[in-house]
Design a protein around this ligand. Structure first.
Ligand SMILES: [Mg+2]
Length: 267
């Protein structure tokens, strides 16, 4: 079935819609309310797992929309708490265990450790660690070998279709899909007239470039994103304020602009 929505907003969470330290999204309440009243879509896109995002999605009030989880390795369908499948995760774990033992031992995945050990590895609370271990599509872990050994490890995984993204701390294994792949699928099935994407980090860049308008939310804790491919065409906006406050102003501005354009078209 093909749905049609006028506008869908795709957004990163950490450092974008929610404050990096406090997890607060209330400064964006006005813009979220405006989107809701116009029945626009709000699709969360994050490294979080399905059960982690499920709760936030309900709090934010956009649980009628799918959410992009595990950095784009999968999607949580609307309204449900769990993905229908964890077979990809099990397949990754199987491929992992088939790599040569001397390489396998250098990777400590979230599925290799107890919840207490994961709390120590990540600084998460017990509850947070349990949710982070409820994975369906990807396996993050700590790499303790050399760069050469890591290349050998990735070479052993590659024939099975498993690839890796190196984040700040974790090496994350998946079957390769990223945030923009899932965004494209959602755009195809909902067929919106207009798309907006918001993000603050390098792994949001493709999503920002794919949207009609990409909004780079300022993040004073990291270097600013480089000039993007679509920036010269006026399709990228950079907020001055960080996190949800910047999100709020930018989305309100866009909605007012769209309303003016619509008035012009109708008048
Ligand atoms: Mg972020």
């Amino acid at each position: 079935m093909t749905y049609c929505s006028e506008l869908i907003v795709f957004t990163d969470l950490d450092g974008t819609l929610i404050d990096h330290h406090t997890y607060d999204f209330s400064p964006a309440a006005k813009a979220i309310g405006m989107l809701d009243r116009m029945s626009a879509g709000l699709v969360l896109a994050s490294s979080k797992t399905a059960p982690e995002i499920y709760r936030l999605r309900a709090e934010i009030g956009c649980d009628a929309w799918p959410a992009i989880v595990e950095n784009g390795a999968g999607v949580l369908p609307p309204l449900v708490a769990k993905t229908s499948q964890d077979t990809q995760y099990l397949a990754i774990r199987t491929v992992l265990d088939e790599t040569p033992a001397e390489l396998r031992g250098l990777f400590r995945g979230f599925g290799d450790v107890s919840t207490d050990e994961l709390m120590a590895m990540t600084g998460l609370s017990k509850e947070g660690a349990v949710l982070a271990q409820s994975r369906s599509f990807s396996e993050p872990g700590l790499w303790s070998g050399t760069d050469t050994e890591r290349d050998q490890f990735l070479t052993a995984l590659a024939p099975h279709g498993v690839s890796a993204q190196q984040g700040g701390r974790f090496l994350t294994l998946s079957f390769g899909a990223n945030k923009v792949d899932q965004m494209q699928k959602i755009v195809q099935s909902y067929n919106p007239r207009y798309t907006v994407a918001l993000g603050d980090a390098p792994n949001d860049i493709e999503m920002l470039e794919y949207a009609d308008i990409g909004i780079i939310v300022a993040n004073p804790t990291r270097p600013p994103l480089p000039s993007l491919r679509t920036e010269g065409a006026g399709r990228i906006i950079r907020t001055k304020q960080a996190g949800p406050a910047g999100w709020n102003l930018a989305v309100c501005d866009i909605l007012e602009r769209l309303e003016r354009e619509q008035d012009l078209n109708n008048g």
